[in-house]
Design a protein around this ligand. Structure first.
Ligand SMILES: [Zn+2]
Length: 228
C-alpha cells in the first residue's frame, strides 16, 4: 500500500510516534526529532487498517454532511450525540423545533431554508444557555473575569477572546460533547490571562483540562459533522 504522509519532527515532548488524519484526509505523523525514515514508514504501515477505517468514515461523513435536506430520518448532533429528526406540518400548531425523548421534532412546511433557520435558532438558543453556564462556572473557578459573551455563527472558529476580553463562541459548539465544549471555554478564558498561544498558555490550559489535546483533535475531526 502506498500511503503519503507528512512527517513532523519534534525535539520537545514527543517521545513516541503518533498519527493524525486531518479534515482534508491529509495524514500527519508526529515523531521524535531523530527517528529514521524507515521506522516511520514501518510505523505508518502497521497502522494501515486503522487509517483505512478513519478515511472511509471521513468519506461517508463528508457525503452525509453535504446533503442536509432537513427531512425525517436525518440525524443532527447535540452535545456529542446524534439524534434523529422527525418532520411534520401542523399549520395550527407552533412552528419550530422541539427536542423530546432523544428526538428532534420539527413542525415546518416543506421549505428547506426555513427548516434550516429553525435549526439554527434552536442551536443558538441552547448555545446561549449552556455555554454561558460553563463560562460562568470556569470563570469563577479560574478567577478570570470576562467582559461579555457573544454567540456567533462562525464556521471555522469555535471561539475567540478579544483584546478587551469579550468572549465569542460559535453556536456549533453545542453539537460537540460537553467535555470538548469545556475545553474551548477554558481555552478562551485563558486568553484573558495570556493573549497568545505560548507554551505557558498551553500549560495553563492543560492544568485545567489535562486531556485537552484529545478534545482539540475531536473538534477538528468533527468539523464537517457540525455543519448545517
Ligand atoms: Zn486561542
Amino acid at each position: 500500500m502506498n500511503i503519503s504522509y507528512t512527517v513532523r519532527r519534534s525535539r520537545k515532548r514527543q517521545k513516541t510516534m503518533s498519527l493524525q488524519v486531518c479534515d482534508d484526509a491529509k495524514i500527519i505523523v508526529s515523531v521524535p526529532a531523530f527517528t529514521p525514515a524507515d521506522d516511520i514508514r514501518r510505523f505508518v504501515e502497521q497502522k494501515q487498517g486503522w487509517l483505512a477505517k478513519i478515511l472511509a468514515r471521513q468519506k461517508q461523513e463528508a457525503a452525509q454532511a453535504k446533503e442536509k435536506k432537513y427531512e425525517t430520518g436525518e440525524h443532527f448532533f447535540y452535545l456529542g450525540q446524534r439524534y434523529p429528526l422527525e418532520v411534520f406540518f401542523e399549520p395550527f400548531e407552533k412552528e419550530g423545533i422541539v427536542f423530546r425523548n432523544n428526538r428532534f421534532y420539527l413542525n415546518c412546511r416543506s421549505d428547506k431554508a426555513l427548516r434550516k433557520h429553525y435549526f439554527i435558532s434552536w442551536y443558538k438558543q441552547k448555545a446561549d444557555e449552556l455555554i454561558r453556564r460553563r463560562v460562568d462556572f470556569f470563570s469563577r473557578m479560574l478567577k478570570l473575569r470576562y467582559e461579555k459573551i457573544r454567540i456567533t455563527s462562525a464556521e471555522s472558529r469555535w471561539g475567540s477572546c478579544s483584546e478587551d476580553n469579550i468572549l465569542a463562541f460559535s453556536y456549533r459548539l453545542i453539537m460537540a460533547p460537553p467535555d470538548v465544549m469545556d475545553y474551548v471555554v477554558v481555552h478562551e478564558l485563558m486568553h484573558i490571562r495570556e493573549k497568545n498561544h505560548s507554551s505557558r498558555f498551553w500549560k495553563k490550559v492543560e492544568e485545567c483540562i489535562p486531556s485537552f489535546r484529545e478534545h482539540r483533535r475531536r473538534l477538528n475531526h468533527n468539523r464537517r459533522n457540525f455543519a448545517l
